[in-house]
Design a binder for this molecule. Structure first.
Ligand code: FRU
Length: 451
């Protein structure tokens, strides 16, 4: 199959992409780094940090590789982490992954997960790689799996949250504090009262609408009918001091993991996730493709009725070109990429050619893949909702993000259809259909940097 580039989702210039890293606004630009295995769509080369930047979060420029795994403390991968601005410079904190050769389980022995940082005066060239912590700095009772530092400044100190796996095989998060962002002291451990997975990856802790929110990616939850259907989960707790309660998945589709948030200069809490999943039995890559995976669109987080809604940032409305009206029932010819933004009736159904169906009936929103080849092995996902009043669905060439009730529930999936034009059949939907602009054209990849 001919590889089709995405039109408004960030994907790697080549090779493999996973988690978004180091999200920040620095020196007049938004920065999005990502876990990147150059040249290897299967993700076999050690992870680097790829780098995109933008003035408006719409038009992105690929800025090359920012962090390479090149020293004794990160030689098997510059794993996930975050960014802050300190003393007028950008600091990136990340996990240096090291795997020793030998007969190890790589859980309790044989693996190092170090905390390192680099800094940059211009947000382009990163230098001064420095080792900040090793496994010996993590509290007793942890396995070797402690990673993904998210750093922020609060009340005059720097804080860091790391995800981890205890020796009892339970997931938790560790909090560290620092006066200078360099020397860190252990502060506390966040965990649930009941077992909630054996490992927590990519934690993030932030305030939203007067509540403290802990976003984590637990591994090892039991799959239920409509909850925890993916291989690994990604969602949030509210926290009461250090005890997290409730857990809501960020996305109930097939492809969403390892999200991270940052504050935009105008005070919005913006989240970007990885539209992908590992060890999951479905693929995000067809024969002939030179790259695998992409990031979600940036979303603003807002608390409404005690729930966090994920709303695509308002900037994305600038992608809209022609507008057509949809009135309840009809068939339309559409070409990817496009968007549906509509109010929905008690029951509705949206069918995209022979590939996908999105429907709501009796409290269940259903996403179904019909084209076995295009689905890459994905089947269907259920989302339970008391009612569904609106839908906003962003259809890119190979990625779909569906926002229900203003982002109260989000359902994301990849699909790899042969065709770009479809007939779209709708019932119970009143609103607008927009064709969308392609902003990820080849000019985004002007960088001359090579791996
Ligand atoms: C999550 C994750 C992180 C790790 C990174 C490595 O997808 O496993 O915990 O830092 O990916 O690429």
């Amino acid at each position: 199959m001919r590889e089709r580039r995405l039109c408004f989702h960030l994907e790697p210039p080549d090779g493999w992409l996973n988690d978004p890293n180091g999200l920040c606004y620095f020196a007049g630009r938004y920065h999005v780094f990502f876990q990147y295995s150059p040249k290897s769509p299967e993700g076999e080369t050690p992870r680097c940090w790829g780098h995109y930047s933008s003035e408006d979060m719409i038009n992105w420029r690929y800025d090359g590789i920012a962090v390479r795994p090149a020293c004794r403390y990160d030689r098997d991968g510059a794993y996930s982490g975050s960014a802050i601005e300190k003393d007028g410079e950008m600091y990136l904190y990340y996990t240096g992954n090291v795997m020793h050769k030998g007969d190890y389980d790589y859980i309790t022995r044989g693996r190092e997960q170090n905390v390192l940082c680099v800094h940059s005066a211009d947000g382009q060239v990163f230098e001064g790689k420095r080792l900040l912590m090793t496994n010996a700095d993590f509290p007793e009772g942890m396995t070797c799996h402690v990673r993904d530092p998210k750093v922020w400044r609060q009340g005059g100190v720097y804080k860091m949250i790391l995800g981890g796996r205890t020796a009892e095989d339970t997931g938790c998060a560790l909090i560290y504090e620092s006066d200078d962002g360099v020397k860190w002291r252990y502060s506390s451990r966040i965990e649930t009262q009941e077992y909630f997975g054996y490992m927590w990856e990519c934690p993030d802790l932030f305030e939203l609408g007067g509540k403290e929110v802990l976003s984590v990616c637990p591994q090892g939850l039991i799959h239920c009918d409509s909850r925890f259907c993916n291989m690994y989960q990604s969602g949030y707790f509210f926290t009461d001091d250090i005890t997290p309660f409730g857990f809501t998945e960020w996305d109930t589709g097939f492809d969403f993991y390892a999200p991270q948030t940052f504050l935009s200069p105008d005070g919005r809490r913006i989240m970007i996730g990885w539209l992908g999943m590992t060890d999951c039995g479905y693929t995000s890559y067809a024969e002939g493709f030179e790259r695998q995976h992409c990031l979600s669109v940036p979303c603003e987080l807002v608390v409404k009725n005690g729930k966090i809604c994920r709303i695509p940032i308002k900037e994305l409305e600038k992608l809209r070109k022609e507008c057509y009206h949809i009135n309840s029932t009809g068939v339309y010819n559409v070409r990817l990429p496009f968007e549906i933004s509509a109010y929905t009736q008690e029951k509705f159904c949206i069918t995209l050619g022979n590939a996908l169906r999105l429907s709501f009936d009796g409290g269940v929103f259903l996403l179904e893949h019909f084209d076995v080849r295009a689905s890459g092995g994905r089947t269907s996902r259920k989302t339970l909702l008391e009612n569904c009043r609106s839908i906003r669905a962003l259809f890119d060439t190979t990625a779909v993000e569906i926002y229900l009730n203003g982002g109260e529930a989000v359902v994301s999936t990849r699909f790899f259809p042969e065709e770009e034009e479809f007939s779209l059949a709708v019932t119970g939907v009143n609103g607008k259909l927009f064709s969308l602009q392609d902003t990820m054209n080849a000019s985004s990849f002007h960088s001359t940097q090579n791996f």
